[in-house]
Design a binder for this molecule. Sequence first.
Ligand SMILES: C[S@@+](CC[C@H](N)C(=O)[O-])C[C@H]1O[C@@H](n2cnc3c(N)ncnc32)[C@H](O)[C@@H]1O
Length: 250
Amino acid sequence: MRLYDDLADLWPIISPPEEYIPDAFLWRNVILERLEPACFSDGRRPRLLELGCGGGHLLSHLTAHFDAEAVDLSPRMLELSRNLNPTTVHHLGDMRTIRLDRRFDVVAIYDAVNYMLDEADLRAAIATAVHHLNPGGLLLLAPDCLRDSFRGPRVIDWTRHDRQRDVTFIEYTADPNPADTTIESVFLFIINRDGEITVEQDRHTSGLFPKSTWLTLLEAAGFDAEYLETEGYDGEIGGHLFVGTRRAGP
Ligand SMILES: C[S@@+](CC[C@H](N)C(=O)[O-])C[C@H]1O[C@@H](n2cnc3c(N)ncnc32)[C@H](O)[C@@H]1O
C-alpha cells in the first residue's frame, strides 16, 4: 500500500494528529471505566500496546496517560510515529503474529484492524491481544465499517494543507463481491505544491464483517465483549468500537 510506503509523508497532512483528540478522549474514558483499580494503584500508569499504530496520531494523545508500546508493519509509518512519540517503544511486526515477552493492561487496534481481511486474520489479531493481555485486561477494536451498515459505492473527499502543499484526498469504496469479507478502496491524492499539481493513486483492500462476527470471535477468544456506537466521521466512516474484557482463566 503506497500510503504506508512511498506516500507515507502524506499521512500527517490528510489525517492530522489533532483530528484524533475526540477518539483518544473517548478511548481513555472507556478504558478508565473498565480497568481494575490495581492498574492505577501507587501512581502506576496502565500499560498499553497499540497494534497497527500507523503515524502514531491516536497514540500521541494517549502517551501522557499510559506506558505505551506500539507495533506496525510499515517501517515508514513507524518512523512517523517514533518522531511524534519519542518516549514510546516501537516494534516492526505483524499484528497477527508478533509476540513480545511482556504483558499489558490494554491492547488497542484502531483503524489498522480494517486490514484483517478474513476471519482467520481477525482470529490471529485477537490471539495476539490475548497473548499480551493480563487477565482483566482490555482489547479495543475500531473497524471503519460493519457489514450491517455499509452501503457502497461510497465517495468521500477532503482537502488539508501543510506549509508546502494542499492535498485533496478522494476515496472511492465499493463491495465488488458481497459474498466475501472484503471491500475495495481507490485513493486519489491531488497534490498542489505552489501551483504545480500532481496526482497519485493507491488501492486498499479492507475487511468487512457483521457486528455478530466481531462479538462471537471476541467471546470465543475468552473476552466478555461489548459493542459501543461512537461518533464516526463524514457520516460514513467509523463510529464502531468493540471492547473485550479478558476473562480470568482459559
Ligand atoms: C490507517 S493507518 C493507522 C493510522 C493510525 N491510527 C494513526 O493514528 O496514525 C493503518 C496502519 O495499519 C498498518 N497495518 C496494516 N496491516 C498490518 C498488520 N498486519 N500488522 C501491523 N500493522 C498493520 C499499516 O502499516 C498502517 O500503518
